[in-house]
Design a protein around this ligand. Structure first.
Ligand SMILES: NC(=O)c1ccc[n+]([C@@H]2O[C@H](COP(=O)([O-])OP(=O)(O)OC[C@H]3O[C@@H](n4cnc5c(N)ncnc54)[C@H](OP(=O)(O)O)[C@@H]3O)[C@@H](O)[C@H]2O)c1
Length: 341
């Protein structure tokens, strides 16, 4: 039986980009918390972090550290989740994992609540639930209504992904490189394979023998799993840009039916999690600067392809550490524990 009163929760990776956003959103949404335990690496042990007007001490992970908790959010990377999420479950807590460690495990639900939250009805005892990759989450929020109403043949997507997607050290790297470049100094590069300031890097993750990088493979495989349809053809080309926060995606979606722009826009306007910004003649379309810090997935520049009448182009933008990570994880928890947001 899922407990519904005040919860005892843990946040692993509480000092990171996603962990910090978790704490912010838990406060903003008045998540019902009785006790919170914060975890990070040994280097952060003892650090104090303010939460709801109180100072909480950061601890490192140790056997038994999750005992008594109902729920643990993980955002410390694949290796930490691989080892510690199963321990949280055996200690009696639900583990909501932001890493890529369990996403394609057939036994583990991979959930975007607006899209396939119904599968959480089967989740009635502590287990691992995976949060999809940030670029996948925003894409499937836009694809899902099209898939349900018209059917999708194929999706092609080119991404423009901010540095915050690579963590707090990546944000520091962009800031330092930008300052250095403005002062005509040499730039140091540690996180990305090339300088990121004033640059686009057509690589996110490592390359496979097929020529696709790991982010592109994640988008293809995760989309099919979340939409519960293996026959949709998905091809992604992912690029890191020198924006600070918020991912943008250009999509070409080929539908199974011929539809009008009115059909697409009116469907989007009534679909959960989506906000339409589509008035190009007045320069109105989604932008990372306005999406950063907000909850919705924004969609605009919606137009029909001139060569393929069933293909629709659109521009999809969202905050990658918010809906792409922490917010989605909290929405999963709200669904499991039947919490009104
Ligand atoms: N950033 C995004 O947009 C995004 C989106 C979706 C998913 N994710 C996933 O979320 C995870 C975290 O990403 P992030 O961007 O938040 O990274 P980040 O800013 O680099 O933060 C990493 C966090 O992990 C902690 N950590 C490192 N080693 C640890 C250890 N041995 N034990 C416990 N905690 C440890 C760090 O603690 P210290 O401060 O002590 O080093 C920090 O709190 C990754 O799996 C990433 O793929 C990120």
């Amino acid at each position: 039986m899922v407990p519904t009163n005040l919860l005892k929760i843990g946040v692993v990776g509480a000092t990171g980009m996603v962990g910090t956003e978790f704490l912010k959103i838990l406060e903003q949404r008045r998540f019902p918390i009785d006790e919170i335990r914060l975890f990070a690496s040994e280097a952060s042990k003892g650090q104090m972090i303010g939460f709801r007007g109180e100072n909480c001490k950061v601890d490192s992970l140790s056997d038994g550290c999750f005992k008594g908790l109902d729920l643990v959010f993980f955002s410390s990377g694949d290796g930490i989740s691989q080892t510690w999420a199963p321990k949280a479950v055996s200690d009696g807590a639900y583990a909501i994992d932001n890493s890529g460690a369990f996403r394609m495990n057939a036994e583990v639900p991979l959930v975007v609540p607006e899209v396939n939250g119904d599968i959480l009805e089967e989740v009635t005892s502590p287990t691992i639930i995976a949060n999809p990759n940030c670029s996948t989450i925003q894409m499937v929020v836009a694809l899902n209504p099209l898939h349900r109403k018209f059917g999708i043949e194929s999706v092609k997507v080119a991404t423009y992904q901010s540095v915050s997607g690579a963590g707090k050290l990546a944000v520091d790297e962009l800031n330092q490189q930008t300052l250095a470049a403005m002062n005509h100094q040499d730039v140091e590069t540690q996180i990305f394979p090339h300088p990121i300031a004033f640059n686009n890097i057509p690589q996110i993750g490592s390359f496979g023998a097929d020529g696709f990088c790991s982010e592109e493979t994640k988008m293809r495989k995760e989309t099919k799993k979340i939409l519960r349809n293996d026959s949709i053809r998905v091809s992604a080309f992912t690029v890191r840009t020198s924006t600070l926060n918020g991912h943008s995606e250009a999509l070409w979606v080929t539908l199974k039916k011929r539809v009008s722009k009115e059909d697409v826009v009116s469907l989007f306007k009534t679909s959960p999690g989506l906000a339409v910004v589509d008035d190009p003649s007045n320069n109105q379309y989604p932008l990372t600067r306005t999406a950063s810090g907000k909850d919705p997935v924004y969609v605009g520049r919606i137009h029909q392809d001139l060569e393929e009448e069933n293909t629709w182009l659109m521009w999809v933008v969202s905050d990658n550490i918010r809906k792409g990570a922490a917010l989605n994880g909290i929405q999963i928890a709200e669904t499991i524990f039947k919490i009104d947001s």
